[in-house]
Design a protein around this ligand. Structure first.
Ligand code: C2E
Ligand code: MG
Ligand code: MG
Ligand code: MG
Length: 292
């Protein structure tokens, strides 16, 4: 009986895996049409400079409004886009859209750099790098890339070369999610990055944890020693913001300041901020209760 039960459990587990694989295949198939069908859109989240007390840049975050499944988070489709080699097309679309949205910001009087998340996998793709250079080179506004460090380690030589190419054409580079995954101190000194973003896993419980403040503090000091600016992501409380200020963190991003919002809402937010000042607008109620 025991063996039979084990077998049954195995079958159930196999079925779940098959369903899961089928689901992934269906999603990958849907993803092919998603851009053309207008299902992909961007939201923007500001970064506040703590000493200057102003919004200094915004980050673009991609979303997928699926016709039957509803809103799908990037964590659930970026890996599929990477696997199915659709990430290049998705990222080129994102950069093109960011350049257009940046014109809307400029027209409203806000000349802000916008950061795009770049999957490290793409840093090995010479054709992608060429296409990005063509797209970004003629643009008068400032573009930044946030790179997850793990991928740099996978193919270090071409990645570092391509990152230098991006830096040469004026793209500001940030290392994203620092401390999560395979962070390598060795690469920190080789990358032409100007900004280091501390992963939100160290920030969310900053004021209730014993270790997180030590990790964050030493990461800030390390980044400064390397002449980089530091951004803390996942800032949700005034207490965390205050502690980060004391620790000398340069910039903060999180729900306390604003949730990711549409470009129109971002323009409104910036206009409100121009009157009130960034710190005054840091109230948890601002960001609309959108899904992310
Ligand atoms: P990320 O680049 O580290 O972005 C930060 C994530 O944290 C975003 O999740 C954001 O909505 C969320 N977040 C911001 N502030 C807070 C906060 O105060 N508390 C909490 N709990 N979360 C906060 P999102 O938008 O779901 O994106 C997840 C990840 O998906 C991003 O992490 C990024 O790695 C990836 N991603 C998003 N857009 C793109 C894209 O266009 N291309 C690529 N390759 N990856 C993308
Ligand atoms: Mg990012
Ligand atoms: Mg990040
Ligand atoms: Mg992160």
């Amino acid at each position: 009986l025991g063996q039979a039960r084990t077998d049954q459990i195995d079958i159930v587990r196999d079925l779940t895996q098959i369903e899961h694989a089928y689901d992934r295949m269906a999603l990958i198939r849907d993803l092919s049409g998603a851009i053309g069908n207008g299902e992909i859109f961007l939201q923007y989240q500001p970064k506040v400079h703590l000493r200057q007390q102003e919004i200094v840049s915004v980050e673009a975050l991609v979303r997928w409004q699926h016709p039957t499944r509803g809103l799908i988070a990037p964590a659930d489709f970026i890996p599929l886009a990477e696997e199915s080699r659709k990430i290049g097309a998705l990222t080129l679309w994102t950069i093109r859209k960011v350049i257009a949205d940046q014109q809307l910001l400029a027209a409203a009087g806000f000349d802000l750099p916008i950061f795009v998340n770049i999957s490290g996998m793409l840093l090995a793709d010479a054709e992608f790098v060429d296409q990005v250079c063509t797209m970004v080179r003629g643009v008068p506004t400032k573009i930044g890339f946030e790179i997850t460090e793990t991928a740099v380690i996978r193919d270090p030589e071409s990645a570092i070369r391509h990152l230098h190419t991006f830096a040469q054409i004026g793209v500001t580079l940030a290392i994203d999610d620092y401390g999560a995954g395979l962070s390598s101190l060795a690469y920190l000194k080789q990358l032409p990055a100007r900004e280091l973003k501390i992963d939100k896993m160290f920030v969310l419980e900053l004021t209730s944890s014993n270790r997180d403040p030590l990790i964050v503090r030493s990461t800030i000091d390390l980044a400064h020693a390397l002449d980089m600016e530091v951004t803390a992501e996942g800032v949700e409380t005034p207490a965390a913001l205050a502690l980060l200020s004391v620790m000398g963190c340069d910039m903060a991003q999180g729900f306390l300041i604003s949730r990711p919002i549409a470009i129109d809402a971002m323009i409104q937010f910036l206009e409100q901020d121009r009157h009130l000042g960034a710190m005054a607008s840091m109230r948890p109620t601002f960001g609309r209760p959108e899904a992310f």
